[in-house]
Design a protein. Structure first.
Length: 520
């Protein structure tokens, strides 16, 4: 079975049912299938080879969904791209995966030429509106042109041909780029088997069915958002897209208007809703469940959520892009008893807590969380050394430290990797440090994560200025904002005379964290 078969099955079972709502626009499963097939015909007409990579730089929309499925159905590998990235990082991703085509949303047109100038493999640019590519090597087209020239093949209930999915479980179908410990984006290679097995497991433990619908505030390029997309297509449910979380009251109005049954978010989403909105006063009579992932949510916040909505099911979950993404969940009925846990393995997945010698430790003992199952990634694109550090004998070594209690519930106690999780986003400290050191005023830079009541973790930068230089925190933040995505900009900036170091000369971040905490 392949990923696009999920949509084909849903279109056969529920052709006239609303699959997606985005503001005033609605699309049925039949319409999604029709749009998808029109794009497939176009893509197959291009001089591309099976397995070629196709970038997808689109914000959440109905168009994103049929583009996502069409790329894979045409036999290519989809590469969803973070729309918050600067042009240089987008170009890096396209060049790294040797992308031959790019679906591009016109709202990002300011970055287009820089992206094209540094993406030598690109040959085709398809956008939602007319765009000019100043390159003789790039052929352009627009979605309206492609769809208007297609011959729709509508599905009549009960008359469609027998559906016979082709089995290709280990075939690469998607590359999701995620920040690595080196600061260089890593392409996580996921197969049809990885994504489908995890999708069906999630449908099972969330008890999703065709009468379910979810409010989508998480971007589809983010693996958690992608999971919402796939699970609701798989079960015949509905996706209600609203990209306006900066106006949370609007989101909640949409939830009530569309009678959604599910809300999925990262810790900062719940903190904002609980602390700064009318969320605690609303009842949401149609809402059945909450899901939370993308970083640890403080037990006190979890307690507040379940106390505020005792009749709703709250699922605390854990995973990684490399696990496609879900590895564990906590059954709602055990959450209060096991506050602070990330739960038990999802169906079909095994979790071991292992020491540095790769032996499983006893219950209660600390060790690295190791994920075993059909959801474990194929590997990292073009990064064999990074891959060898985390993927061994088909097992995914997560880099997270945890322990398992006598009932099999897992608790995270720390991280081996120097990755900061800011509101669900994985951020490399090294990447920010490198950008800071490009500033002519800065001599040394160290970046670390500190506890934050909203984001879970926030970025703190400790800087040593060059002799004779002066700077203010706002100046440094403005500089970072020009170089980095917003979620990578340090929330706190502190200037020091020197950074604590080991004898080797490496910055002692443990000592730095202690001194910064003491001075705050």
């Amino acid at each position: 079975m392949k990923i696009h078969d999920l949509l084909t099955q849903a279109a056969r079972r529920f052709p006239r049912k609303i699959a997606v709502v985005h503001q005033d626009h609605r699309a049925t499963f039949e319409e999604l299938q029709t749009f998808t097939d029109a794009l497939v015909d176009y893509l197959k007409s291009l001089p591309l080879q099976p397995g070629d990579r196709v970038g997808l730089l689109f914000e959440n929309s109905i168009e994103y969904i049929y583009l996502f499925f069409a790329i894979q159905k045409a036999g290519f590998v989809v590469v969803p791209i973070d729309t918050s990235l600067k042009a240089d990082k987008i170009a890096y991703i396209l060049a790294d995966c040797d992308a031959r085509a790019l679906f591009f949303h016109g709202k990002f047109r300011r970055s287009l030429q820089e992206i094209l100038d540094h993406s030598p493999s690109l040959r085709f640019l398809i956008s939602d509106s007319a765009l000019k590519a100043n390159s003789e090597n790039i052929q352009t087209a627009t979605l309206p042109e492609i769809l208007s020239n297609s011959s729709p093949n509508r599905i009549a209930p009960g008359t469609s041909p027998e559906f016979r999915p082709v089995d290709a479980p280990h075939e690469l179908t998607a590359i999701f780029y995620t920040s690595g410990s080196t600061g260089i984006p890593k392409g996580v290679m996921l197969s049809h088997r990885n994504l489908i097995s995890n999708t069906l497991s999630t449908v099972e433990y969330l008890k999703l069915a065709e009468n379910d619908s979810v409010i989508v505030i998480l971007p589809f390029y983010y693996i958690y958002g992608n999971s919402l997309l796939l699970t609701h297509i798989a079960c015949g449910g509905s996706l209600v897209i609203d990209n306006r979380f900066m106006y949370p009251e609007v989101i909640m109005d949409t939830m009530e208007k569309e009678k959604v049954t599910g809300f999925s978010g990262v810790p900062s989403n719940f903190m904002i809703l609980l602390n700064n909105t009318s969320f605690p006063q609303r009842r949401f009579p149609d809402l059945r469940y909450f899901t939370q992932a993308g970083g640890a949510m403080a037990p006190e916040v979890v307690r507040r959520l379940i106390d505020t909505f005792p009749q709703k099911e709250t699922y605390i979950m854990y995973g990684q892009t490399e696990a496609a993404p879900r590895a564990t969940f906590c059954p709602p009925e055990r959450l209060r008893e096991k506050l602070g846990t990330i739960g038990i393995p999802v169906p079909g997945v095994e979790i071991k807590i292992m020491n540095d010698e790769r032996f499983e430790v006893a219950d209660g003992e600390p060790g690295e969380i190791v994920i075993i199952g059909p959801n474990v990634m194929m590997g990292y694109w073009n990064q064999p050394e990074e891959q060898s550090q985390v993927l061994r004998d088909g097992r995914l070594f997560s880099g997270d430290l945890g322990r398992k209690d006598k009932d099999g519930f897992i608790f995270i106690i720390g991280r081996k990797k120097e990755i900061i999780k800011v509101g669900g986003n994985r951020v490399s400290a090294k990447e920010i440090e490198e950008r800071l050191l490009e500033n002519d005023k800065i001599s040394e830079a160290a970046v670390l994560g500190v506890e934050d009541p909203i984001l879970g973790e926030a970025i703190q930068a400790a800087l040593v200025l060059k002799p004779g230089q002066a700077a203010e925190a706002k100046e440094i933040q403005k500089y970072c904002r020009e170089k980095l995505a917003e979620h990578k900009v340090p929330k706190y900036v502190q200037f020091l005379k020197e950074l604590p170091k080991y004898q080797s000369g490496k910055v002692n971040k443990l000592e730095l964290a202690k001194s910064l905490k003491a001075s705050n």
